[in-house]
Design a protein around this ligand. Structure first.
Ligand code: ATP
Ligand code: MG
Length: 426
């Protein structure tokens, strides 16, 4: 016998027993996005590698070592499985001229791919939900994003997710800061790891973002961008904080919160938890006023955020937020000469009424079929034997709450099953 094949490492099957939690999450997210007026955009999973190199930047973990890239053998194009959603969203907006009528609120969801070391909360295929607001200068829309996140955590029944914010200022302050930071890091070269030493001259801000806890002391002693901002940037940051307070939300200013690329500016934020071990970030966002121009568009301010779905689902599970397993309303058992054709008509009639009905397939005795009906979790069994087929009826048997089996017209059976639905499902 040949060996059974396994999924690619770090890429997970989401099995039927887990999908109710995902569906609950997706439905909650869809409702939440509508509440804020964000419209769904869907872009391909595969893009030209150049898109990510130009938007994420060469000196980043993602572009340096995490991308699934390959050459299309048929036409020689270098392609990459998307590692994040912003680049493709902005590409699509520019390609289809979506900003022509004015600013846009957009949202996306789906699988992302990064070649990382798999561990709890860190996978090679994982899922994000992300939001982009294009054409708004903020800080009102920055706060909208923060309010959105807070509302979603609440809708999902999650607490203990803390908000950290920072500002990256504008290009002038950042260039000045880069100089100061480089000087500082050069003076502490001996305490840096290999990544940090390499980035010191290419992308020093990225050093502050290190996951190496041995660098904590060096990072803690580094100069702060926050201490040397342009007045406009400081005003933006202060207004942002005022508005967050006005919403009654708690936050912490973390001066080490950075993004290593020039088109990021002003607001950055992250939502973190202590309940997921090392994988503490559940959502990250901020402003990227330079990206639209970087990708060839007319300059437009923009901001957005992305959350990790697996990490949020893990938090929901920890919090005991378990979605009810799906079960059909009806299991239809049938046996005997002439019963099959009647059973097929009846089960389709049930679906006409909007009921969910599983038709027993594969034959077998009534006894074994009723066992399957019970195991399916169905609320009712419909039974079609020779007698029912002759009389044009069905037998209805409640499987969960007791009650007698009764012989009815199919239409009447459907009415009774519909009437037994909980009020919020009708
Ligand atoms: P991390 O610091 O954990 O590597 P990141 O800065 O690379 O995160 P972003 O690119 O900002 O993450 O992506 C937004 C969110 O997506 C993260 O906050 C996290 O919740 C989730 N995420 C990122 N990478 C992974 C992954 N490999 N597996 C699962 N979730 C992930
Ligand atoms: Mg990462």
């Amino acid at each position: 016998m040949s060996e059974t094949l396994q999924a690619v490492r770090g890429m997970n099957d989401i099995l039927p027993e887990d999908t109710p939690a995902w569906e609950y999450f997706e439905q909650t997210v869809a409702k939440w996005l509508r509440a804020y007026g964000y419209r769904n955009i869907r872009t391909p999973v595969l893009e030209r590698t150049e898109l990510f190199v130009r938007s994420i930047g060469e000196v980043t973990d993602i572009v340096e070592k995490e991308m699934y890239s390959f050459v299309d053998a048929l036409n020689g194009e270098t392609l990459t499985l998307r590692p994040e959603g912003t680049a493709a969203c902005v590409r699509a907006v520019l390609q289809h001229n979506l900003l022509y009528p004015g600013p846009q609120r957009l949202a996306y969801a789906g699988p992302m791919f990064r070649h990382e070391r798999p561990q709890k909360g860190r996978y090679r295929q994982f899922h994000q939900v992300g939001v982009e607001a294009l054409g708004f200068a903020g800080p009102d829309v920055d706060v909208e994003h923060i309010a959105m996140c807070a509302r979603l955590w609440k809708a999902l029944g999650l607490d203990g997710i803390r908000l950290q914010i920072n500002t990256l200022g504008g290009p002038v302050a950042r260039a000045r800061y880069r100089g100061r930071l480089t000087q500082y890091l050069e003076a502490h070269q001996d305490h840096l790891d290999e990544d940090a030493r390499r980035r010191l001259h290419t992308n020093p801000l990225r050093v502050l973002d290190t996951k190496n806890s041995h660098l904590a002391a060096v990072v803690a002693g580094a100069p702060r961008l926050l201490d040397d901002l342009e007045p406009e940037s400081l005003a933006h940051f202060e207004q942002l904080q005022e508005m967050i307070r006005a919403l009654g939300l708690e936050f912490e200013v973390n001066p080490r919160l950075v993004r290593g690329l020039d088109y990021y500016n002003l607001t950055v934020f992250e939502w973190i938890t202590d309940r997921l071990g090392a994988q503490s970030a559940v959502c990250a966002g901020g402003r990227y006023d330079g990206l639209v121009a970087q990708l060839g568009g007319k300059p437009q301010p923009a901001c957005g955020f992305a959350m990790g779905v697996e990490r949020l689902l893990a938090l929901m599970q920890d919090a005991g937020q378990v979605a009810a397993p799906w079960r059909p309303e009806i299991y239809l058992a049938h046996s005997g000469e002439g019963a099959q054709a009647h059973a097929l008509r009846v089960v389709e009639q049930m679906r006409d009424q909007g009921l969910s009905a599983v038709l027993h397939c594969g034959g077998g005795s009534f006894k074994s079929q009723m066992k399957k009906a019970d195991a399916s979790g169905a609320l009712f069994a419909l039974i079609v034997g020779e007698e029912e087929a002759r009389a044009g009826k069905v037998s209805l048997k409640p499987l969960r709450e007791g009650g007698e089996q009764v012989s009815l017209d199919a239409g009447e059976a459907a009415r009774r099953i519909l009437a037994a639905r909980p009020a919020d499902a009708r």
